[in-house]
Design a binder for this molecule. Structure first.
Ligand code: P6P
Length: 349
């Protein structure tokens, strides 16, 4: 190449800036088939939703009617934040007139929401938590969106979404968007875990890191120790162990996505065990734990309810909850070993 043809910008950075999410999906699948194009388009719409939510969050303190509560209570019995409603509607709106997603199931909606014009063609279902950790919104701390994509294989005759009550191996894609100092989308379609950073000057998510691998062990344990006296003995003994041994440090933000992102990048374990009041724990299986378990396993980590692999658990209802232990293989196994020891003692072994 002559000096005249030498690109002003090194080739790789231009190519990198053009590696958008939709292109990356097609690269991952090595295919331009209709299914690959569908998945690429779906991910592109999720990216659009992320941009819209990020824009609203960045102005939250300056605009009326963004912060605070709506006065409603959702199916979870939780007070609904205005940002929850906005983000929930954003994910619906970006899929209208898309021919892609026929149905959306969300933490904020009792039943799945159908987009009729898409249903004859697109048989995909989006399961999502539009704003996870919304209690952080009003204090300008990180929050996140969590999503999973499934293929609808049978009719949902009563519209209750009972055909969704299948294990997490039905997921064909999953990920999250973390709204922090920058907005980052982390996803997997079963070919590794990859992150994209929103470049506000471009209005595009640009490839940041490919094939993210979670360390087999990390120093962080992330849990709400305020629940200590509500935990069973096995979890209390685990907590005492990390208190007494060098090399552990507690980090807990109150927003699942931020805590998981830290562990994905640096290693460690997040746990939300069952409590006396909530034996099933607080986190929802279909649109929180299962998507994150899909992602963490793709990154070489592990996710269970303390005894059973999250991706093997079949929910009994749309908003089913499950205890969650997720993160680095060795650290999840350590938590599980305390539970197994207590079970053996309880069984007199
Ligand atoms: P606690 C937020 O409400 C959330 O669903 C997760 O984002 C977070 O990890 C958890 O609940 C925090 O719950 O009981 O520790 O306040």
């Amino acid at each position: 190449m002559t000096s005249l043809q030498t690109p002003a910008i090194p080739e790789h950075s231009l190519d990198r800036d053009c590696t958008t999410l939709s292109r990356h999906v097609l690269q991952q699948l090595q295919s331009f088939s209709p299914e690959a194009q569908d998945l690429s388009a779906i991910m592109n719409r999720i990216a659009l939703a992320g941009k819209l939510v990020a824009r609203r969050l960045s102005r939250a303190g300056l605009m009326a009617d963004v912060l605070g509560f709506t006065g409603e209570t959702n199916i979870q019995g939780e007070s609904v934040k205005k940002m929850d409603v906005y983000a929930n509607d954003v994910f619906i709106s970006v899929f209208k007139q898309s021919g892609l997603v026929c149905r959306l199931a969300s933490e904020e909606m009792d039943k799945p929401y159908y987009i009729p014009e898409n249903c004859p063609i697109g048989r995909y279902t989006l399961l999502y938590d539009p704003i996870d950790g919304s209690s952080n919104v009003d204090i300008n701390l990180n929050v996140g969106s969590i999503f999973a994509i499934r293929q609808q294989k049978e009719d949902d005759l009563d519209g209750e979404g009972n055909d969704l009550l299948k294990d997490g191996q039905e997921q064909i894609a999953a990920g999250y968007i973390v709204y922090g100092p920058s907005t980052m989308l982390v996803y997997s379609i079963g070919h590794g875990v990859h992150s994209f950073l929103l470049d506000p000057s471009l209005g595009e998510f640009i490839l940041a890191q490919e094939n993210i691998k979670i360390p087999d062990h990390g120093p962080v344990y992330s849990t709400n120790e305020g629940n200590f006296w509500q935990w069973d003995d096995a979890i209390r003994d685990y907590t005492r162990y990390v208190h007494r041994h060098e090399g552990y440090t507690a980090r807990y933000s109150g927003a699942l996505v931020g805590d998981i992102h830290r562990i994905l990048m640096q290693g460690g374990v997040f746990l939300y065990p069952g409590t006396v009041k909530k034996p099933e724990g607080k986190l929802r299986l279909l649109y929180e734990s299962a998507p994150l378990a899909f992602l963490v396993e793709q990154a070489g980590g592990k996710a269970s309810n303390g005894m059973k692999r999250i991706l093997d658990i079949v929910p009994d209802k749309l908003h089913a909850r499950s205890p969650l232990v997720i993160g680095s293989k060795e650290d999840v196994s350590l938590v599980e070993s305390f539970i197994q020891d207590h079970q053996r003692r309880a069984n007199g072994n």
